[in-house]
Design a protein around this ligand. Structure first.
Ligand code: A2R
Length: 297
């Protein structure tokens, strides 16, 4: 089987590529942006900007994949407030380019469109674009009988995630404090909100199962099923830290709007795949902190 991961140089793509090779023995091709780097043994790597409609078509015709994982996105909520234009272009127009190109293929692949838990109770621009992507995917699945499986992924975390995201940000600050690279102050935003965090290594297992077993045109939540306050995450990090750290609020880290709680109902995912998260939040946080400690050396 041939799998294509679009937007693989981000956080999830590397983990997913490795998982598909190891777990299923699939031949994996990936795309990245020209300025990005990506290397995994035996994976074919192509440069692709999904805003370039012709290039998307050419590549899909060339590869003719059996499975497509569409990960390419402007995926940061914070950045979506600062750059709504880019967020809308990549997440909506880019997705349409992929769907249109797939529609023209002779042999229809199964596609996993990765959306977000933020789509529930839309409170930001990123969420609006992902909800729109979801609507488009639903329409294409129905109108053209395309094999599109829709995923709403809740917060995923793990080593190598960019520090624009909260858990990675806190761990990075803690590691830099330990290394004496900054004052013993950890800057935070809203600690009261609760989010549903899952280890990225568990998330990619769910993606592999869903692309094979998920029903076309259906939505599946992927998350742990349990929301945790950011405060609780912070406390776990502080308990693992080797230095005494003071907490301060950085107004720049506060968002214009925040949903108080986002928690995944994962019953449907479990019914179809039997998936369960295997890595505890404590272990994930320990791994992320260790990754940032390594980077200080
Ligand atoms: O924004 P960058 O430079 O980090 O590049 C991202 C890339 N990307 C694109 N790829 C092709 N054409 C574009 N016009 C374009 N714009 C951005 O997609 C990045 O390398 C990749 C997405 O990876 P991340 O932002 O790290 O997302 P992650 O955590 O891997 O999540 C995968 C999917 C995304 O659709 C999220 O919205 C969803 O799961 O939660």
């Amino acid at each position: 089987m041939k799998a294509l991961i679009i937007g693989a140089a981000g956080f999830v793509g590397g983990y997913l590529a490795e998982h598909l090779q190891k777990e299923y023995g699939w031949s994996v091709s990936v795309t990245k942006l020209e300025h990005e780097t990506f290397f995994i043994e035996e994976a074919a790597v192509y440069d692709l900007d999904i805003l370039d409609e012709k290039a998307v078509q050419q590549l899909l015709f060339q590869i003719e994949p059996d499975y497509i994982f569409h990960l390419a996105a402007q995926s940061s909520v914070a950045l979506s407030w600062k750059n709504p234009d880019l967020t809308i272009d990549v997440n909506i127009k880019g997705c349409i380019h992929v769907l249109e190109a797939v529609r023209k293929l002779k042999k229809q692949p199964r596609i996993l469109l990765v959306g977000s838990g933020e789509e529930y109770g839309i409170q930001n621009i990123y969420a609006a674009t992902k909800a729109c992507q979801n609507m488009l995917g639903t329409i294409y699945a129905k109108a053209y009988q395309m094999e599109i499986v829709l995923v709403r992924a809740f917060n995923h975390i793990g080593p190598k995630q960019s520090s624009v995201f909260v858990v990675s940000d806190f761990c990075r600050q803690a590691a830099e404090i330990e290394a004496g690279k900054r004052e013993p102050v950890l800057w935070v935003g809203n600690l009261e909100i609760k989010r549903d965090f899952t280890d990225v290594r568990d998330i990619v297992r769910a993606y592999g199962m869903l692309i094979q077993k998920g029903k076309a045109g259906e939505n599946y939540n992927v998350g742990s099923g349990r929301a945790v306050a950011i405060q609780e995450i912070l406390e776990k990090i502080l308990s693992l830290s080797k230095k005494k750290i003071r907490i301060e609020t950085d107004p720049k880290k506060l968002r214009p709007l925040d949903l108080p709680v986002i928690e995944a109902d994962i019953q449907k995912l479990q019914e179809v795949t039997g998936w369960k998260p295997q890595i505890s939040l404590e272990d994930t946080i320990r791994d992320i902190l260790e990754d940032w400690r390594e980077k200080q050396r």
